[in-house]
Ligand binder design. Structure first.
Ligand code: NAD
Length: 356
């Protein structure tokens, strides 16, 4: 059955990297249908809302949504609910996307882009699964209160339930089955009750259903150190919203290049959201300079996890690897003095590899 993709170009470099990604999708000749919808600042300008109802409905119906990026100085001083980022947060919440997948892959051709030594990051391929809709960012009570004597108190609540932990851990175990069959569960069970519950529930679920996957546990502070010391020890890391936020950014930087990093957010059902990790890069927007590979690799993730075409995902990822091995570079991944190509030329290079 033909699949349907919604593209959300958003703001800044978004339309440029989306155009390159659509060219690549066309070149894959999968017979999928697709449409483009407004989100973020572009949607605010056109409709007054960062997430118009027809965009949300289209994303609910789609087999996969691929968003480029939102935001920019034009909307930076608006009220929080009228900022472009509210469109993105609203989408994640409305679609109940509780598992955020952040791969950190080091391509051999880009090994020198990492700030770590080549021998530490060579061949790196890890996947961080971050819980995205619970934990301290959403827990109540929260807020800042005046407690007298010129003192104020800020409160946030770290809270998880059994089902919230089990559903994201199940995703991690299932993903590990398709990779290296290892899951490292990360929390602070030594000092936090929510961390202890996390550890107990993950352990229970593993014993019930996933004994074919190797499970280890690690405290979050140690995990941060291990990611820098010996990142290749990890296959899949599963962790909560707060630790995942921090550890996934640290892992991303092992690869050295923001323009190369895709992500996926999955829920229990069909709706899913794929997006590059980078923002709208207002400093280079409209100049045909942005690296489209993070969005192109987000398409590859969508092919693998939502569109039932893991074969096409492999083909696309291999084409990207070949293009990098050929020495084709956008400005963000060049060494000083090296020649570089435009956004559209990078897209064309991937298309040429797919056709060739
Ligand atoms: P950014 O990721 O947009 O840019 C950081 C730096 O990386 C800039 O120098 C930029 O030119 C460069 N860069 C980013 N993507 C690139 C690419 N594909 N190719 C080449 N260079 C690239 O982060 P920022 O500057 O902190 O934020 C700019 C805007 O983006 C803000 O409005 C912010 O809120 C928004 N933002 C959106 C998302 C999202 O849509 N998911 C994520 C982060 C930031």
């Amino acid at each position: 059955m033909s699949k349907h993709i919604v593209f959300l170009p958003g703001d800044g470099i978004g339309p440029e990297v989306t155009a390159a990604t659509i060219k690549v999708l066309d070149a894959l000749k999968l017979g999928f249908t697709y449409e483009q919808k407004l989100v973020g600042g572009a949607a605010i300008d056109a409709t007054g809302s960062p997430l118009p109802a027809d965009t949300l409905e289209a994303c609910r119906q789609a087999d996969a949504t691929i968003l480029a990026c939102v935001g920019g100085p034009k909307w930076a001083h608006a009220a929080y609910d009228k900022r472009p980022e509210a469109g993105l947060l609203g989408l994640r919440k409305e679609l109940d996307l509780f598992a955020n997948l952040r791969p950190a892959i080091v391509f051999d051709a880009l090994i020198d882009a990492s700030t770590l030594k080549p021998e530490v990051v060579r061949g790196l391929d890890i996947l961080i699964v971050r819980e995205l809709t619970g934990g301290v960012y959403f827990g109540t009570p929260r807020g800042i209160t005046d407690i007298g004597n010129c003192e104020r108190r800020g409160v946030n609540t770290q809270v998880y339930t059994t089902s919230e932990i089990r559903r994201v851990a199940a995703r991690a175990f299932e993903l590990a089955r398709k990779r290296g069959r290892k899951v490292c569960s990360v929390e602070k069970a030594n000092v936090m009750e929510s961390g202890l519950l996390w550890r107990e529930e993950v352990t229970k679920l593993h014993a019930e259903k996933y004994t074919d996957v190797e499970l280890s546990h690690m405290y979050a502070d140690n995990c941060a150190m291990q990611l820098l010391r010996n990142p290749s020890q990890f296959d899949v890391i599963v962790t909560d919203n707060l630790f995942g936020d921090i550890l996934s950014d640290a892992a991303a930087m092992l690869t050295g290049s923001l323009g190369m990093l895709p992500s996926a957010s999955l829920g229990a059902g069909k709706p899913s959201l794929y997006e590059p990790v980078h923002g709208s890069a207002p400093d280079i927007a409209g100049q045909n300079k942005a690296n489209p590979l993070a969005m192109i690799l987000s398409l590859a993730m969508a092919l693998r996890y939502s569109l039932d075409r893991p074969d096409a995902a492999d083909t696309l990822e291999n084409a990207v690897k070949q293009v990098l091995t050929d020495g084709v570079r956008t400005a963000d991944i060049t060494a000083k003095g090296q020649a570089f190509v435009s956004t559209s030329a990078m897209g064309d290079a991937v298309v040429a590899r797919l056709n060739g």
